[in-house]
Design a protein around this ligand. Structure first.
Ligand code: SF4
Ligand code: SF4
Ligand code: SF4
Length: 344
């Protein structure tokens, strides 16, 4: 176990002991070492199960929105993309952020779905696997992580930085974060700013690789590219169910709504376009949709690409400022005259 794991566990124990929170949601070990599952922890003894390895099998923000009690105080250990999703869910009144104490883990990537997740820690240039440190090979990373440029959890109450030597630094971003660190008797570290130049270059390189050719295509060719991807779809709803921004209790893509034909496979394009319209302006590039897709459709590439086109157009950055609502809820007649996005 790394020092960082111990510190996160200490923070969780202290939050529960000091009754700052009623329960904590974090990833931890399940039935064995390689079984990583979400835990809802109410007994501080269970904090020892928490892990901080570079594997993120589902959105904890979504789990809290679905199953968390809004009247309870909840601690949440999460990665920056999921912390951004939490902010988006709060804007949509799906979580009560006032009752959430968030502990953000600085993150340079997680392993792609299906990898052996056992004891993997990813750092800016290196990866530790089962105690051995090697140079980071980018193909180990989930596709969305290669495009990620928000590695620092500035939007959480507490920020934790894992260090390659096994240590970690801890800082508070908010008063709630200070209360957490006081409860844990952890001195706030004056965390040195991380030089993100190389990581942002990595993101730009992968965005070019993933989006560049598509952006150069004529609209009809782009459309054909996505229609060909959607041909593989078996309408399993995995992408929708995994997406933290897909929050509707009553989904119009369900068969009984009869908007998308029953029993037709692949589903009509409307199935994907409907979700794009709901989520595209706020996608946090968390990659959960793509990891969930059993047919290997590059789902997060589509949503992230659309988000990247909409974001400058509407001057909207998802997942940071609670007071700024998503374009889909604020769109005006004037906005509808804007051009510059080719959705097809
Ligand atoms: S998208 Fe970014 S924050 Fe999220 S897991 Fe990947 S690297 Fe970490
Ligand atoms: S569309 Fe995919 S990448 Fe975007 S927020 Fe939803 S699950 Fe995450
Ligand atoms: S997860 Fe993949 S196969 Fe399932 S509905 Fe989504 S795109 Fe289709």
């Amino acid at each position: 176990m790394t020092k960082c794991n111990e510190i996160v566990q200490d923070i969780v124990r202290s939050m529960l002991r000091a009754k700052l929170v009623d329960e904590v949601v974090a990833f931890g070990r399940g039935i064995n070492e390689s079984d990583i599952v979400p835990l809802f922890i109410t007994d501080e003894k269970d904090a020892e199960k928490i892990v901080t390895i570079s594997y993120y099998p589902c959105s904890l923000a979504k789990l809290v929105a679905l199953y968390g009690d809004r009247n309870k105080k909840i601690g949440l250990v999460l990665r920056p993309c999921d912390a951004r999703s939490l902010v988006e869910l709060a804007k949509r009144q799906q979580v009560n952020l006032a009752n959430i104490y968030s502990i953000g883990i600085e993150c340079y990537g997680v392993v792609r779905a299906g990898s052996n997740s056992h004891q993997v820690y990813i750092f800016p240039d290196t990866v530790q696997m089962d105690g051995e440190t090697k140079p980071l090979a980018e193909d180990v990373l989930a596709p969305n992580c290669r495009r990620c440029e928000y590695m620092v959890p500035t939007m959480t109450d507490v920020a934790v930085r894992l260090l390659p030597d096994g240590g970690c630094l801890v800082d508070a971003n908010t008063e709630k974060g200070q209360a957490v660190l006081e409860a844990a008797s952890i001195a706030v570290t004056d965390m040195p700013a991380l030089d993100l130049t190389a990581l942002k270059e990595r993101a730009a390189r992968w965005k070019e690789k993933d989006f560049g050719e598509l952006k150069k295509m004529a609209a009809k060719d782009r459309l054909h590219y996505w229609l060909a991807q959607w041909e593989k779809c078996i309408k399993c709803y995995g992408c929708r169910n995994a997406c933290p921004i897909c929050y509707c209790k009553e989904c119009y893509l369900e068969p009984e709504k009869q908007i998308v034909k029953n029993e037709a496979l692949p589903p009509e394009a409307l199935f994907h376009v409907g979700r794009l319209l709901h989520v595209g302006d706020s996608c946090t590039d968390c990659g959960q949709c793509e990891a969930a897709c059993p047919m290997g459709i590059p789902v997060s590439k589509l949503y992230h690409m659309l988000y990247e086109e909409l974001s400058p157009l509407f001057d909207y950055e998802s997942g940071f400022d609670l007071a700024t609502l998503p374009p889909v809820s604020t769109i005006s007649d004037k906005d509808l005259t804007k051009t510059g996005v080719t959705l097809d």
